[in-house]
Design a protein around this ligand. Sequence first.
Ligand code: ATP
Length: 261
Amino acid sequence: MSVQPTSMLLQHVSIAQADRRLISDLSLHIQPGEVWLVLGENGCGKSTLLSAMAGWHALAAGEIALQGRPWVDWPHGERAKMLAWQTQQDECPFPLTVLEKTLTGRHPHLSRFAWESAADVALAQAQLARLDLSLLAARDLATLSGGERRRVALATALTQDAPLLLLDEPLSQLDLRHQQQALQVLSEEQAKGRAIVMVTHEPNHAHFFAAEHCRVLLLFGDGRWLAGPRAEVLTADHLTALYHHPIVEITTPDRAWFIPR
Ligand SMILES: Nc1ncnc2c1ncn2[C@@H]1O[C@H](COP(=O)(O)OP(=O)(O)OP(=O)(O)O)[C@@H](O)[C@H]1O
């Protein structure tokens, strides 16, 4: 499946919730094939930033553009073809099977009264298989465990086949094997040219992605931020300041690990 090279540009973006300024004057260029990890304490504004990038949360200042065109000018139907957003909420108000839920990822691509095609079904089944969910395809979504439901949400975002993925803690609730599997799937998507913005509480997830394509954004919750290549931003000193807790770097033959002291 080819991926349309897509970039998102944030220029002097400020973001607030109620009267609290979370992010001030953020400028970022998210390019095709890049993975951006977003890190910060609870409540610092990570989800709000993703919501703003998805076009749901109004900016306090600045502008976001996709493919050089202001995001606010994009019709909603077109936005959903360009950007898939996995939120932290996995609840579904309707009774759906796992496959039916995953197929909702195809809805932006269907005309008004069209049904999903055999190719749509095959794409959804392929994403379920990549995340070890094939055996659950016919199950009622409501009967899944938290981690299973999280993986279905990721499979749904992948089925949308958008060039830009906004993933809000996609690995939370996943056991270690399924975390590694999901990271492998995401690094494959990055290699195809998809741009990925991923919120995580695990800085070491950064090492799963090719260094030259991995960027990190630290949000300090008071307007301040730090962004750039993994090697520059992901340091014990920066993480200690970010989390207000001592973080040390442990080096093994193949990589450096950040762990709380
Ligand atoms: N509708 C709202 N009105 C007022 N404050 C809000 C509203 N929604 C969110 N907030 C606050 O905005 C801040 C940022 O929330 P956000 O969900 O972006 O945090 P986060 O960094 O994603 O946190 P977490 O790591 O816990 O998921 C939080 O302090 C939250 O309580």
